[in-house]
Design a protein around this ligand. Structure first.
Ligand SMILES: [Mn+2]
Length: 425
């Protein structure tokens, strides 16, 4: 076994090249064009990261393409990206997943010499060398067909002479119900293979499943594609030192980021105030994207005087969303307000509502009694101590003073009423 030397690599997965971004309509052709390019640009950013950081290799853990019958355009763009890595002397190791199994249609394109693809008939292992020294062995397998129900993790085994061993697999660890249960396996299967790092794909939210021995990482997808994929998306730059210590660092590669933001109409008395507040929320989104573009859905919440007119007089799309989009398509850091939703409710006179003799009235009276008692803070703690969650929050509660506790009680009262009252109340 050769002595380990420090090296680094980039681990990405779930590129879903050429995702159609359904739902963003033709109302804004430039926005649609940016979205259509987003998955490709995210891939370019992965390659640029590897070149800029002088990474030793790149791993792609499945779902390069969005559809089984991948577009020629996506295949060409993928090859172009691999070529750039190849020209920089960086090998790429690619596994295919359920979205792009080996059984799908493929043009016969000549691939760069340093690009290696795992076959579908069993786990293969490739060595990576630098200056005659073997840095690592990389093991992987591609999906031969879309629906793989076998536990592929069990086919991985470390060669004794490998200085560092990496497994590349598109799989569902621990049966995550939000993703199809393809290549199901559990952490014990991954541990049993005796590898140092598992570069996983399939789950689109990035996550370090296990920090060490072995390090198990889902890189997540490189570009969010819809409301279920909000927040930063990217890949991991993984550094391995001479003592085989592994440091994975998440690097965002997304070009467009998805946001959902709420706006409480509670304190808003006029239409001018509402319009200003909406524009402010849009600017908050822009500030949070670090120069990227964003697609945002804004939801009006809370109780306030504007509720009735919002529900009866206002066309949310025409009157609220459209003005917020003005000038946006021309900006590189656009915030595209895809929709404004109204979930606000009418104002509520708590004192009045407390007089009604029903469950809500009882609830409000209980809160009022607590507030008017000799020591509201102690009273609230006493109520909470009867809950099973108390042992979790007890220490935090001790840090709060009387005013904090009263504020929590007031907030809980409003929250409780909102939950108890039917929507139309
Ligand atoms: Mn995927």
């Amino acid at each position: 076994m050769s002595e380990p030397v420090p090296f680094s690599f980039v681990h990405c997965a779930d590129l879903h090249l050429d995702s159609p971004f359904e739902g963003i309509h033709a109302a804004a052709p430039r926005i649609a064009a940016v979205l259509r390019e987003a998955t490709f640009q995210a891939l370019d950013r992965v390659i640029e990261l590897a070149i800029g950081e002088q990474a030793d290799f790149i791993i792609v853990a499945g779902d390069v393409h969005d559809g089984e019958n991948r577009s020629l355009r996506a295949q060409l763009r993928f090859r172009d990206a691999l070529k750039k890595a190849d020209e920089a002397g960086i090998p790429c190791f690619i596994a295919h997943g359920n979205h792009d199994p080996l059984s799908g249609w493929e043009a016969h394109l000549e691939m760069p010499a340093l690009a290696q693809r795992f076959g579908g008939q069993g786990v293969e292992g490739f060595p990576v060398r630098r200056g005659g020294v073997t840095l690592a062995r990389i093991y992987g397998i591609s999906y031969p067909v879309k629906e793989v129900r076998d536990n592929l993790a069990r086919g991985f085994k470390r060669d004794p002479e490998a200085p560092f061993a990496i497994g590349v697999l598109h799989c569902n660890v621990g049966g995550d119900p939000s993703h199809d249960n393809y290549a199901p396996c559990n952490i014990e299967d991954l541990v049993a293979a005796g590898l140092d790092y598992w570069a996983l794909g399939h789950i689109h939210a990035q996550r370090i499943v296990r920090a060490s021995e072995p390090c198990i990482v889902y890189s997540g997808n490189t570009q969010g594609r819809n409301w279920r994929e909000m927040g930063p998306r990217g890949c991991y730059l993984v550094r391995v030192d001479a003592a085989r210590r592994i440091t994975p660092t998440f690097v965002a590669t997304d070009v467009v980021r998805w946001f959902k933001q709420d706006l409480d109409i509670g304190g808003l008395a006029t239409w001018d105030e509402l319009l200003d507040a909406l524009a402010r929320v849009r600017e908050e989104v822009r500030a949070a994207t670090a120069g990227r573009a964003a697609v945002a859905r804004l939801t009006l919440t809370g109780r306030g005087e504007l509720h009735r007119e919002l529900a009866q007089r206002v066309d949310l799309e025409r009157d609220l969303a459209e003005p917020l989009r003005e000038g946006e398509p021309e900006r590189h850091d656009f915030v595209w307000v895809e929709a404004v939703e109204n979930r606000s409710r009418p104002p509520l006179d708590l004192a009045q509502r407390r007089l009604v003799q029903d469950f809500v009235g009882d609830f409000l009276n209980a809160a009022e009694k607590l507030r008017q008692g000799g020591d509201p803070g102690a009273g609230l703690k006493e109520v909470l101590s009867r809950r099973p969650e108390y042992r979790v929050v007890a220490a935090a509660l001790d840090q709060l003073n009387e005013a904090d506790l009263l504020a929590i009680l007031n907030e809980a009262e409003i929250l409780g009423v909102d939950r108890l009252l039917p929507e139309e109340d």
